[in-house]
Write a protein that binds this ligand. Structure first.
Ligand code: BMA
Length: 364
C-alpha cells in the first residue's frame, strides 16, 4: 500500500539529468495530457520571403504568438561547417535556442548527418544525394562507424563537434539549456543511411546507444532528452524495431506526412499505439513531423486536429518554410499559413508559446 502511493514521478532516462532537464521532462509529461503544443521547424530562422530578422517568426506573423516548440537542424555541424545544409548559421541557431529558452519555449534539434562512408568515395555518377544523409547506396555505413568499424574515428570527430555545440548552449548564468535531440530519425523508412533496409535493427540500436553513451558519459552532457522516431508505421512491432531501450530514450515520436486520403485513419491508428506505449513506459510523445495538405483549405482543423486531439500527443511539428529568395514579390504567398491555421491556433486543444509560458515549464 505504502509503495503504491510513493510511485516516482516520470523522469528522464539520464539519471544525472540537470534540474532544468528533469523539470522540463515532467512539465512535458503533464502537459501532453492537457493539450498539444504546436512546433515549427526553423520558425525563428527564416520564412519563404525573409531571412533571419530579429524576433520574426512566420507563426507569430500569422497568429501573434510564437510556436511552443522551435525546431532547428544540425546537418553539416558534424563537418565543422559554419552553416547547415540549409545554409543556416550555427551561431545564429545557438542564439535563437537561447532566446526561445528564455522565452519559456521548448527546443528540438534534428540531424540530417552526412553519409560518413560514401562521402569519402569520389562522386563519379554525379548523383545529387551523393554523400548526404539521403545517400542509401551502401548498407555498410552504420557498421562502419560503430566501434571496430573503419569510420569509427571519423564518426567520433563528428560527435565531438556536436558535443562542443551542445556544451555551448547555456543561459546567461551558465545553466545548460535543456533540449530534445532527435537524431537518426524515421528509421522505419529506407531513405536515410540509418533506414530500416540500410542497416540491421541491431546496428541501429547500437548506433543510438553509442551516441547517447558518448554524450552522456564521455562528454558528461546531461541536458538532453532523446527522441526515438520512425516514419509511417502500421503496427507497434514495426514501430519498435531497433528501439535502443528505455535507459536511452525519453520520447517516443512519430513522423507522418499526408500522402493521400488514408492519412487521417493511418495517423489515428499509429498515434494510438505509439502514445499508449509511451505512457506505459513513462515516456514523452510527439508527432515530430507532419504536413502535406493535399491542397485542402481546412486540413489543419478537419484532418490533423481531430486526430491529435484524441491522444496524449505532446507536440505536433510542421516542417520548415523553405526560403525562396528567387520568388518575386508577386509570386510570394501572401501569408505564411492558410487561413485555416488560425483554427488550429484558436482551438482549446492546442498550445502555443503564451500558453506554455503560463504553464511555466522550467519552473522559474
Ligand atoms: C528535409 C528538407 C530538406 C532539408 C532537410 C533538413 O526534409 O526540408 O530540404 O535540407 O529537411 O532540414
Amino acid at each position: 500500500m505504502l509503495f503504491s502511493s510513493c510511485e516516482r514521478s516520470p523522469s528522464p532516462a539520464d539519471k544525472k539529468a540537470t534540474k532544468e532537464t528533469v523539470t522540463l521532462f515532467r512539465s512535458l509529461y503533464k502537459l501532453q495530457n492537457q493539450g498539444v503544443m504546436y512546433g515549427h521547424q526553423d520558425d525563428l530562422m527564416y520564412g519563404r520571403t525573409w531571412w533571419y530578422e530579429k524576433d520574426r517568426s512566420d507563426t507569430k506573423d500569422f497568429t501573434g504568438d510564437y510556436p511552443a516548440v522551435a525546431g532547428f537542424e544540425l546537418g553539416h555541424l558534424e563537418l565543422g561547417n559554419e552553416r547547415s545544409l540549409d545554409s543556416v548559421s550555427f551561431a545564429q541557431i545557438a542564439e535563437q535556442i537561447k532566446v526561445h529558452y528564455q522565452r519559456g519555449g521548448v527546443i528540438t534539434l534534428s540531424w540530417h548527418a552526412n553519409n560518413p562512408l560514401t562521402m569519402q568515395i569520389p562522386d563519379t555518377l554525379r548523383q545529387r544525394q551523393h554523400g548526404t544523409a539521403w545517400d542509401v547506396s551502401s548498407k555498410e555505413v552504420v557498421a562502419s562507424i560503430l566501434p571496430e568499424g573503419k569510420n569509427h574515428d571519423l564518426f567520433n570527430t563528428w560527435l565531438e563537434r556536436l558535443a562542443t555545440f551542445f556544451i555551448s548552449l547555456k543561459d546567461d548564468d551558465g545553466t545548460p539549456i535543456p533540449f530534445i535531440f532527435r537524431p537518426y530519425h524515421e528509421h522505419s523508412g529506407s531513405f536515410f543511411w540509418w533506414g530500416t533496409n540500410i542497416c540491421t535493427d541491431e546496428e541501429y540500436a547500437a548506433l543510438w546507444r553509442y551516441t547517447v553513451d558518448f554524450f552522456r558519459y564521455k562528454k558528461d552532457i546531461h541536458n538532453i532528452l532523446y527522441a526515438y522516431n520512425t516514419d509511417r508505421v502500421t503496427s507497434l512491432e514495426q514501430y519498435m524495431r531497433g528501439y535502443p531501450g528505455d535507459d536511452i530514450i525519453d520520447m517516443l515520436s512519430l513522423d507522418m506526412y499526408d500522402r493521400g486520403e488514408q492519412f487521417g485513419g493511418e495517423l489515428d491508428i499509429a498515434l494510438e499505439f505509439v502514445t499508449m506505449e509511451a505512457i506505459a513506459r513513462n515516456k514523452l510523445t510527439a508527432l515530430s513531423e507532419t504536413g502535406g495538405r493535399r491542397g485542402m483549405q481546412d486540413w489543419w482543423s478537419s484532418v490533423l486536429l481531430p486526430v491529435v486531439s484524441k491522444y496524449p500527443v505532446g507536440y505536433v511539428l510542421t516542417w520548415r518554410h523553405t526560403y525562396r529568395p528567387w520568388f518575386s514579390k508577386m509570386d510570394a504567398p501572401a501569408q505564411p499559413f492558410p487561413d485555416d491555421f488560425i483554427n488550429l491556433y484558436n482551438s482549446p486543444t492546442t498550445l502555443f508559446l503564451k500558453e506554455i509560458q503560463e504553464a511555466n515549464i522550467y519552473n522559474r
